[in-house]
Design a protein around this ligand. Structure first.
Ligand code: HEC
Ligand code: HEC
Ligand code: HEC
Ligand code: HEC
Length: 388
């Protein structure tokens, strides 16, 4: 899969590391995805994966079961019960590369889910391995927020390279007495970073380079391609059943149909509609179409309006049923509008808040989400009040 980089190198001269945190905890398809992803990573020649918060969410038992069916290993220095590290002998035994991973218990608090097993102190765990295991090079994947990454790294002077397991984006450096490169994992695995290291010279890494990996490229291996197809089939079948079941429950509860679509807002809020049209929300479906993903149940729910609403029907359900509910429209953030349009003063719409964004701008799809900054980008206030 990484032929672009590894093509001319003997396998004894490179190491492929996956930072982990690969699963979307909000997705109903995570269980299915995990099954396939772990196997695909094994087939892709990944040498080691760092256990991150979303791997823990699968549960230790499930994770072990998945690993037993894959060629890849997962490590964590501070999650009890897993391999604490792996040491690779590279360059004809001239370079012993020690790789481990930690989770800062602080990040788990933000997830409001009870984790088992509970991670221990990351700094103590890293130091212990560094002291006890002979090595030439020490690579640590750290799952922690920005500032904590620097704190943890600076408390462990023996680390040669830190991989940021949480923040998505392009490479940056963190402060350390000797400036240490920091490779970031990237959004949805669409990028890989690589850097060169020469053990024979003064041990130093080059600045990391980022590569775009398309699914077509990763699927050039026939086995992986087959798995990807199987995954799509299983997921879409599950999605269809899930949708039918939800619809059935809503019918039984006599759930009201209150979604209208943005045309219903236009008469009274023409300026808001006009400026919303200029935001990326208004073209969110086109983005999926460009990727050939508009029928993928895993993708569509955040690129349309009201699909995951459990209380009210009328949100997007299919292209046949209500194609006018595509894209991220007004009612994604303001809630369904049928009562409001009848008596606007009496039935107020809710004004979008952080919570309303987080449904789609999740920990996985938009980890660095900053409400105050992003809300300015989607500004769609009426220039002059046109409200009657
Ligand atoms: C018949 C006219 C009319 C239609 C149609 C209409 N609105 Fe309104 N909207 C109003 C009026 C009037 C107000 C001011 C309400 C008030 O301040 O009491 C308002 C206020 C709002 C507010 C501000 C809420 C607040 O409390 O500050 C939002 C958001 C909103 N509308 C969204 C929508 C959306 C979304 C639609 C389409 C589904 C829509 N409106 C359709 C008349 C309308
Ligand atoms: C129904 C899901 C959904 C909701 C709710 C939602 N967004 Fe988005 N948002 C998206 C999608 C999907 C895109 C990408 C659209 C594209 O480029 O095709 C996006 C893109 C954006 C962008 C442009 C890209 C970027 O990240 O800079 C901003 C800004 C943004 N959203 C802000 C917000 C804010 C603020 C809220 C809450 C008030 C919010 N969104 C609520 C789905 C959503
Ligand atoms: C949980 C909600 C959610 C799901 C599920 C989701 N997206 Fe998005 N998507 C977003 C949001 C939010 C953005 C805007 C975030 C940003 O650009 O910072 C976005 C942006 C994008 C973009 C444009 C920016 C980029 O990263 O290149 C593409 C392409 C995209 N999504 C494709 C997909 C595909 C393909 C799937 C299914 C595998 C998918 N999305 C599933 C919420 C989601
Ligand atoms: C991605 C989420 C999102 C979408 C989509 C969205 N809004 Fe809003 N809207 C907000 C937020 C957040 C605020 C309050 C923040 C602000 O002042 O910009 C707001 C404010 C408003 C207001 C009150 C401010 C004013 O102009 O007086 C109106 C009215 C409104 N939106 C109407 C609409 C209409 C109509 C649409 C669809 C064409 C729409 N919104 C789409 C999030 C959204």
């Amino acid at each position: 899969m990484l032929d672009q980089v590894t093509e001319n190198l003997p396998s004894d001269q490179y190491l492929i590391i996956n930072a982990g945190n690969s699963f979307d905890r909000n997705s109903p398809y995570t269980g299915i995805a995990a099954k396939y992803i772990v196997r695909m990573l094994g087939l892709s020649g990944v040498d080691v994966i760092g256990i991150g918060p979303t791997e823990l969410l699968l549960g230790a038992g499930n994770l072990k079961k998945l690993l037993s069916r894959s060629a890849v290993e997962m490590v964590s220095a501070n999650v009890p019960g897993f391999l604490p590290y792996i040491r690779f002998n590279k360059c004809g035994g001239r370079c012993k590369v020690l790789v481990t991973s930690v989770i800062d218990p602080g990040v788990l608090k933000t997830l409001t889910v009870k984790f088992k097993p509970v991670p221990t102190d990351p700094v103590a765990a890293i130091r212990k391995i560094e002291k006890e295991v002979d090595h030439d090079l020490f690579i640590v994947i750290i799952h922690a927020m920005d500032k904590r990454i620097a704190e943890i790294a600076n408390s462990c002077p023996g680390i040669d390279l830190v991989i940021d397991g949480l923040t998505h984006g392009i490479t940056k450096k963190i402060d350390k007495k000797t400036v240490m490169p920091l490779v970031m994992s990237n959004r949805r695995g669409q990028y890989v970073s690589y850097l060169d290291y020469r053990p024979d010279m003064k041990p130093e890494f080059t600045q990391p380079v980022n590569l775009w990996v398309s699914r077509e490229k990763t699927a050039e291996d026939l086995q992986i391609k087959k798995l990807a197809e199987k995954y799509d089939k299983e997921k879409n079948e599950y999605g269809r059943k899930l949708r039918e079941e939800r619809l059935r429950q809503k019918m039984m509860k006599k759930t009201p149909n209150l979604y209208l679509g943005y045309h219903a807002c236009e008469s009274c809020h023409p300026d808001n509609v006009a400026s919303w049209r200029k935001t990326r929300h208004a073209d969110a479906l086109a983005t999926l179409v460009r990727k050939g993903k508009e029928h993928d149940v895993e993708c569509i729910r955040c690129h349309v309006t009201g699909m995951d609403d459990h209380d009210v029907i009328g949100g997007f359900s299919s292209f046949e049923e209500n194609p006018w509910m595509v894209n991220v429209q007004c009612e994604s953030c303001h809630g369904p509008g049928a009562n409001h349009v009848q008596q606007p003063h009496k039935n107020r719409m809710k004004v979008g808040r952080q919570m309303d964004c987080r449904h789609c701008h999740t920990y996985t799809t938009d980890p660095g989400f900053d409400f105050d900054k992003k809300v300015k980008i989607i500004e769609h206030k009426a220039v002059q009040s046109t409200k009657p």
